[in-house]
Ligand binder design. Sequence first.
Ligand SMILES: Cc1cc2nc3c(=O)[nH]c(=O)nc-3n(C[C@H](O)[C@H](O)[C@H](O)COP(=O)(O)OP(=O)(O)OC[C@H]3O[C@@H](n4cnc5c(N)ncnc54)[C@H](O)[C@@H]3O)c2cc1C
Length: 391
Amino acid sequence: MTTIAMPAPAQDIIARKAEIVSKLAAVLPADAVIADPEETRAYECDALTAYRCSPLAVVLPRTTEEVAAAVRICHELGVPMIPRGAGTSLAGGALPTADSVVIGTMRLRDVLEVDTANRFIRVQAGVTNLSVSAELEPDGFFYAPDPSSQLACTIGGNIGMNSGGAHCLKHGVTTNNLLGVRMVLSTGAVVELGGSHLGANGLDMLGLICGSEGQLAIVTEATLRILPRPEGARPTLIGFNNAETAGECVARIIRSGLLPVAIEYMDDVCLRAVEAFAKAGYPDCAAVLIVEVEGSEDEIVDQIERIRVTASELDPVEFRSSRTPNESLAIWKGRKAAFGAMGRLGDYLCLDGTVPLSKLPYTLKRIGELSKNMAWKSPMSFTQATETCIR
Ligand SMILES: Cc1cc2nc3c(=O)[nH]c(=O)nc-3n(C[C@H](O)[C@H](O)[C@H](O)COP(=O)(O)OP(=O)(O)OC[C@H]3O[C@@H](n4cnc5c(N)ncnc54)[C@H](O)[C@@H]3O)c2cc1C
């Protein structure tokens, strides 16, 4: 287990555990309070498993009122609170401290309202990302932000981390698709921001909550923008002999005015890991792009042709557009398995970053060089090296 410098837990709070738990139990259903250390261990970390700490207690409310009741108790007793959805965050956002109460929102899982005419859905915060789109499927709509963890992660967690997915290039991340929230402040007060349309309910303060990692409020309900499903979508796989050229291809596609629904990049290390794990049939080369376009059949054909012309100026080693749903699945198969494939490697580092488009080719080249030379010994030195190369 790795140890990190966390603030020392308040011993006086830990000493009052019995009082805190009994006050929480007085306002919540019997099965909503967990205090047994054997059971609280399940909440000791999120997907950043290097850091762990069992909380003082965990509460699992089912309604906004129950969340507010638990928060009020913690506020009165001066106990730190950690909101938690499914615990899939890779950044330790739901990591507790020994003197804290985890407030889990995964039991708030009702779909409250679907309004396709006005293009929104209202759900409780514990509804999983994938079940939002599943709910909308029969009506021909979908919810655009699609993190790879969408089977498990919750809408509350997506708001906490401002999550996006493969489709964020065209449709944006959570903040671009969030219309309103109902939330509980750290005092227990229930507040609503936004509503069922843009600009609802006065000042636009949603951006403050979205991405705030649960530090400002606990979201209990969210109103989300929904989109009609496109007529069709088709991925194209493009292989290159070096990373820089793949980056240049991305920059040229965007500069040409095309807006694919997704552009995904994998370097040779990732490709090797993916092939060993998922046997996706990707080419043996330095870098692969998966570019997905959507629209009517005519629009798809036109966009793929424009991408082909752009890519061919850069001499790709492979250009393969899917013609059938099975071929689409085959192109996406390896990319969807990439996280698991990388997880099997002994030595890998997972970092998010935002790179100016014009610096993309150089950045991809430098990241390749850095990882080959093993010039980094720690996440910090790798981050500094990457920042240097971006500057
Ligand atoms: C295999 C895998 C793939 C992933 N792929 C992606 C991806 O493609 N894109 C991406 O963006 N992320 C990705 N992630 C990261 C993670 O899934 C997202 O950050 C996700 O949104 C977290 O949701 P969660 O419900 O698990 O939240 P948690 O991990 O439980 O919490 C995340 C943060 O939000 C806060 N929070 C949780 N619920 C609430 C609430 N109701 N109100 C206020 N704050 C709250 C927590 O305090 C914490 O700070 C991936 C993770 C894994 C393990």
